[in-house]
Design a binder for this molecule. Structure first.
Ligand code: 5GP
Length: 117
């Protein structure tokens, strides 16, 4: 387990989490500290530490993440223009990044203010 990221340990079922989606490229879990009624993390199985570290070889992985987020929004019943959802990627301290294994936050289920905090 040493050297694995938190999310790799969750994927390996070493740390419990509610996994709501999985495919060949990525998986999604319920956030342990939800910031909205729906708060899911969409995570690539291949570790990219943070989005600003991504390289051209990560292009397919990054695309797969957004496609999965769209599918998950449908699965969770928020893929409708009278509902809706927000995708967030935090990179670095100022953005509040805490887990250095890039992931997309999918937030929904309440009015999401703009600009974000
Ligand atoms: P970041 O701050 O890096 O953008 O997002 C990390 C997210 O992971 C946070 O929203 C945090 O609540 C979530 N998180 C941290 N530890 C765990 C855990 O053990 N299980 C789950 N399901 N989520 C976690």
């Amino acid at each position: 387990m040493a050297g694995m990221t938190l999310f790799q340990k969750i994927l390996a079922r070493e740390i419990p989490a509610t996994i709501v989606y999985e495919d060949d490229d990525c998986f999604a879990i319920k956030d342990i500290n939800p910031q909205a009624p729906v708060h899911v993390l969409v995570i690539p199985k291949t570790v990219i530490p943070r989005v600003g570290d991504a390289v051209p070889a990560d292009q397919a992985t990054l695309g797969a993440l957004l496609l999965a987020a769209g599918k998950i929004s449908t699965q969770l019943g928020v893929n409708a223009t009278d509902k809706g959802f927000r995708l967030v990627i935090n990179h670095g301290r100022d953005a509040g990044e805490t887990v250095p294994h890039m992931h997309v936050h999918l937030l929904a289920g309440r009015d999401l203010t703009w600009p974000p905090g």
